[in-house]
Design a protein around this ligand. Structure first.
Ligand code: RFL
Ligand code: PHB
Length: 390
């Protein structure tokens, strides 16, 4: 079999790239290790930058998002027993974000792909990229006991942090930068109305907490826990008690609790691999970089990589111009590092660190206090949160 671009991974990065390529008449095949049901069962991001939403529109899959997504003009930071509003719209000249779950984004993209007739192979085992430093790369995989091979012009590695694409690159061709944080996020979903109409990020002596949502009837809540915490130890009751302790009293009292329908712990990590191109293999999304979820940047960075990569493929195939492919890695990394910085800053400002001590807590407090006294400082936060220009 032959195609123009083999995409490894059917997460948001792979699906969005595939949809844009198909719409532009560029042939592509997606190879995904898991089943469709498994991909759709993963609960992750919830906040879309406008640039990400516009790409979903451009891909032709934005209708439900525009109808059901919740536009948010701001969010709150809670500390010192009080909530302080970050007026995203006022601070950024009219920009806002859209609250719409990654599961729904993935659903819409999968529906779009099915309607387009483009090929996705689910449960493709042992996917392996080959010869990406030569003119004729290929990808092999196993399915139903048989080995298959697809010859292609390019390979897009959109297979997430644990994928095979980055691992296929020789160690001496890649440099990685990493920080792991000494805590994780315990998250739940419950079919109860969210405690506020906007998100609340809380800095509290007991640890960070986040009140988010998926709709006006479904809440998504998180609390900071130790990195080695066991989710089995967290009954719903314990979770609700803990999150209420970390919120200002009035907010805690207004919170509606109920049975969780999902509960899991995610580790927090910052990670970047450089470069993002190796001959005819291009990395995009979590395959190349991870941010801690505090700034809500992971899915949005995957989308901005796809913006640059798709534009480069389109120029190559439709305008016979390869400079976009040459510029991809540097262009994507420039944006990635700014989102890394912002996510690291927001994580550092909002969490309790085991070694932070009284001095560290005072500095954190001064930083938060300063934010709300300085329009310049708050604008830094707001313009990063809504998404830096593409
Ligand atoms: P994904 O979504 O991990 O998809 C990769 C796909 O590749 C498949 N795969 C393979 N396929 C074939 N062969 C192999 N060898 C393969 N290995 C892996 C996988 O099965 C999978 O289907 O990466 P992608 O597409 O780059 O998308 C990235 C986003 O998923 C991620 O950055 C976000 O979820 C991060 N994130 C958030 N991002 C935001 O922008 N806003 C948020 O509010 C936000 N909140 C979050 C988050 C991530 C979280 N967790 C659990 C890590 C909240 C949480 C709790
Ligand atoms: C979420 O709703 O899952 C969410 C929202 C904001 C974040 C991270 C996660 O910063």
């Amino acid at each position: 079999m032959r195609t123009q671009v083999v995409i490894i991974g059917s997460g948001p990065a792979g699906l969005l790239l595939g949809q844009l390529l198909t719409n532009a008449g560029i042939d592509n095949v997606i190879l995904e290790r898991s089943s469709k049901t498994h991909v759709l069962s993963r609960i992750r991001a919830g906040v879309l930058e406008e640039g990400t939403a516009q790409m979903l529109d451009e891909a032709g899959v934005g209708a439900r998002m525009r109808q059901e997504g919740l536009p948010h003009d701001g969010f709150d930071l809670a500390f010192d027993h009080r909530r302080h509003r970050v007026d995203l719209r006022g601070l950024t000249g009219g920009k806002r974000v859209l609250v719409y779950g990654q599961t729904e984004v993935t659903h819409d993209l999968m529906d779009g792909r099915e309607a387009s007739g483009a090929i996705s192979v689910y449960e493709a085992r042992d996917v392996q990229p080959h010869d990406f430093n030569a003119a004729n790369p290929s990808v092999t995989y196993e399915k139903d006991g048989q080995t298959h091979r697809i010859d292609c012009d390019f390979i897009a590695g959109c297979d997430g942090f644990h994928g095979v694409s980055r691992q296929a690159v020789p160690n001496n061709a890649i440099e990685t930068f990493e920080r792991t944080y000494p805590f994780g996020w315990l998250g739940i979903i419950a079919d109860v109305p969210p405690v506020g109409s906007e998100l609340i990020y809380a800095n509290h002596p007991r640890g960070f907490a986040l009140c988010s949502m998926r709709s006006t009837t479904r809440s998504r809540y998180y609390v900071q826990v130790a990195a080695d915490e066991n989710v089995e130890k967290w009954s719903d009751e314990r979770f609700w008690d803990e999150i209420r302790l970390r919120l200002p009293r009035q907010t805690a009292e207004a919170m509606t609790t109920g049975p969780s329908i999902e509960k899991s712990i995610a580790p927090l990590r910052s990670f970047v691999a450089e470069p993002m191109r190796f001959g005819r293999l291009f990395l995009a999304g979590d395959a190349a970089h991870i941010v801690p979820p505090t700034g809500a940047k992971g899915l949005n960075l995957a989308a901005s990589d796809v913006r640059y990569l798709f534009d480069a493929f389109r120029e190559y195939y439709l305008e016979n111009e390869s400079s976009g492919l040459d510029a991809y890695s540097a262009k994507a990394l420039a944006r990635v590092w700014k989102a890394e910085r912002f996510s690291w800053w927001m994580t550092s400002t909002m969490h309790r660190f085991p070694d932070q001590g009284a001095f560290g807590q005072k500095i954190q407090h001064a930083e938060l206090d300063y934010l709300f006294q300085s329009r310049a400082a708050l604008t830094m936060l707001a313009e990063n949160y809504v998404g830096l220009p593409l």
